[in-house]
Structure formats: structure tokens, C-alpha cells
Design a protein around this ligand. Structure first.
Ligand code: NAP
Length: 279
């Protein structure tokens, strides 16, 4: 359905010039025949809350939030999903019945991308490296998707423990499937290994214990680039039969935001291929 006045969406951050979101969302809208205008909003650090309120007061339809405002967006939202509460961060805002709602679509985006890669989390043994915001955002969706075991290992193990405790309090049914440890606690065999750290692999960066990849296992790096990332290269050398970077997650989390705002989930193949070609 095409409307005469475009639905106004945007991504807000600081910095923001690099954001691929306008390109992604315009492609989604075009593919579905929707009239959407999506822009970048550079907010000064102290102005975030006022800028968001102005955006919706002027009739804004949906807002993505990126660094460094995701936590403040969570605080601002009157209603947020359990996954957003665990993350303490939201990347998607919208108004419903006069109230600001927030969700974190990173985890749903990751699950969609894993399924695309024929690595459905259901029944899988998953090792996540990192215990920052990205890990917080994906835990509930991975467990809801049926992960058999989910172990979080981190340079600072206390942060992994903290997340597991919060999740076990919030959703006790997940506690039996959760484990935590240090970067060396990689014992066991793994079907899916996810790098959710911001560190590059190497002597000065990420150093984890040896990983026993199950047959046909997938090593997934949330980071993406023109070339296979150092984590992907290292995983292949350690025996991972399949590797992938996080470009697909980026596109799928955007598709999940779009679905919240417009009630339709767009196809992602064409956009992902376009972005891949541009890297
Ligand atoms: P964050 O909150 O800053 O957390 C960083 C994580 O990296 C922490 O677990 C930290 O460990 C670890 N780390 C940093 N330097 C390290 C080192 N030298 N050795 C070992 N561990 C190290 O960051 P985040 O928001 O979780 O993001 C993590 C990554 O995911 C980023 O690269 C981000 O771009 C990516 N990401 C991608 C997508 C996507 O759509 N593809 C979405 C979200 C995030 P400590 O706790 O010990 O400090």
C-alpha cells in the first residue's frame, strides 16, 4: 500500500554518517511498495531524549538507535520487551497509543541469519565469546529458538556470570541451559561458536582456548568486512567447517525493526548481496 505522505523513519546516533540503515530500509520499503523516508539524525550527546521526543511529536513513525544511545533509549521507553530489559538497551523505538515502546532486534536478527545459514539454534550447543551489549541482546532469542546449551565465555568472567544471573532471575526456565566461564573454558564440543567481542584476534586482542568444532559446525563473527575476519580464519584453521560474518545479522535486525513498524517482514537477500558487493 502506497501512501501519499511518506512514513518518516530515522536512525539516531553520534556519530551517524557511516550508518547503512537508510540504504537498507529504503531498499526494504521499495521491495514492499511502501512509501518511507528514512534519514540519519546526528544527536549531540546531551540532546538525545529531546531529539527523540521531537521526532515523534512531529509524527515520526519509527526510530533506530545506535551507539552511544541504546541504553538511554531503553531508559526512555515506557514499554520494552524482555530481551530489551536483559540487554538494558534498545535499537528500535516506536509510538503506540501515545506511549514510547522499545525493542532490541539484534537477537532476532542473529537467529534469522543463523537459520538462513542452515544453522538453526534448535538443539545446538552454542558457545558465545564476549559478555557485552551484543551478547546481552542475543541470549533470550537464542534460548527461545531452542539452543540446547548456551555457554558465555568472557575475558572478564564476572561479566558473563552477571548476565547469566540476571537472565536466570528474569526467566528461570532458561537457567539449566546456561553456563559461563573464562576465555579458556572452551571444554566440550560446539555446533555454533559466536564471536561477540569487539576485539580483533591476535596477541594483543582476543585469545581464547582451543575449540572443538562439531562436524559441520558454524563459526559466526558478529563483526563483518570485505574479507573473512581473523576470527573466521582462525576458526577454519581450528576445524570449523563453516564460517560467516555478521553482515547478515545487520540486515536481519533491520528487517525485524521494519517488521515492527510496518507489520511486514521484508526479504533480505537482495540488500545483503548489495551491501556485500559494496564492502
Ligand atoms: P561491548 O559491550 O563493548 O563489549 C565488548 C566485549 O568484547 C566484552 O565482552 C569485552 O570483554 C570483549 N573484549 C574487548 N576487548 C577484548 C580483548 N582484547 N580480549 C578479549 N575480549 C575483549 O561491545 P558490544 O556492543 O557487545 O559489541 C561487540 C561486537 O559485536 C562489536 O564488534 C559490534 O560491532 C558487534 N555487533 C555486531 C552486530 C551486527 O549486527 N552484526 C550487532 C551488535 C554488535 P570484557 O568484558 O572483558 O571487557
Amino acid at each position: 500500500m502506497n501512501t501519499p505522505t511518506p512514513a518518516h523513519c530515522a536512525v539516531i546516533g553520534h556519530p551517524i554518517a557511516h550508518s547503512l540503515s537508510p540504504q537498507i530500509h529504503h531498499a526494504f520499503a521499495h521491495s514492499l511498495g511502501l512509501n518511507v523516508h528514512y534519514e540519519r539524525i546526528l544527536s549531540e550527546i546531551p540532546d538525545f531524549e529531546r531529539t527523540v521526543q521531537d521526532f515523534f511529536a512531529r509524527g515520526g513513525h519509527g526510530l533506530n538507535v545506535t551507539v552511544p544511545f541504546k541504553e538511554r533509549a531503553f531508559a526512555l521507553a515506557a514499554h520494552s520487551s524482555p530481551r530489551a530489559r536483559l540487554a538494558g538497551a534498545v535499537n528500535t523505538l516506536w509510538m503506540a497509543e501515545g506511549q514510547l515502546h522499545g525493542c532490541n532486534t539484534d537477537g532476532e536478527g542473529l537467529v534469522y541469519d543463523l537459520k538462513r545459514l542452515h544453522a538453526d539454534p534448535k538443539g545446538q550447543r552454542i558457545l558465545i565469546i564476549g559478555a557485552g551489549g551484543a551478547t546481552r541482546g542475543v541470549l533470550i532469542p537464542l534460548l527461545e529458538a531452542g539452543a540446547q546449551t548456551l555457554k558465555i565465555i568472557n575475558r572478564t568472567p564476572a561479566r558473563a556470570t552477571q548476565i547469566a544471573e540476571e537472565l536466570s532471575t528474569q526467566q528461570p526456565q532458561f537457567a539449566p541451559r546456561l553456563a559461563v566461564g573464562s576465555l579458556q573454558d572452551t571444554q566440550g564440543q560446539w555446533d555454533i561458536v559466536i564471536n561477540a567481542t569487539s576485539a580483533s584476534l591476535g596477541t594483543a586482542g582476543l585469545q581464547h582456548g582451543a575449540i572443538d568444532y562439531a562436524p559441520n559446525a558454524l563459526a559466526y563473527d558478529m563483526v563483518y568486512g570485505a574479507q573473512p575476519t581473523p576470527f573466521m580464519q582462525h576458526a577454519q584453521a581450528q576445524g570449523a567447517q563453516r564460517v560467516a560474518d555478521g553482515l547478515g545479522m545487520l540486515v536481519e535486525q533491520a528487517a525485524s525493526s521494519f517488521a515492527i513498524w510496518f507489520g511486514q517482514r521484508p526479504g533480505t537477500t537482495t540488500v545483503r548481496q548489495q551491501l556485500r558487493a559494496q564492502l
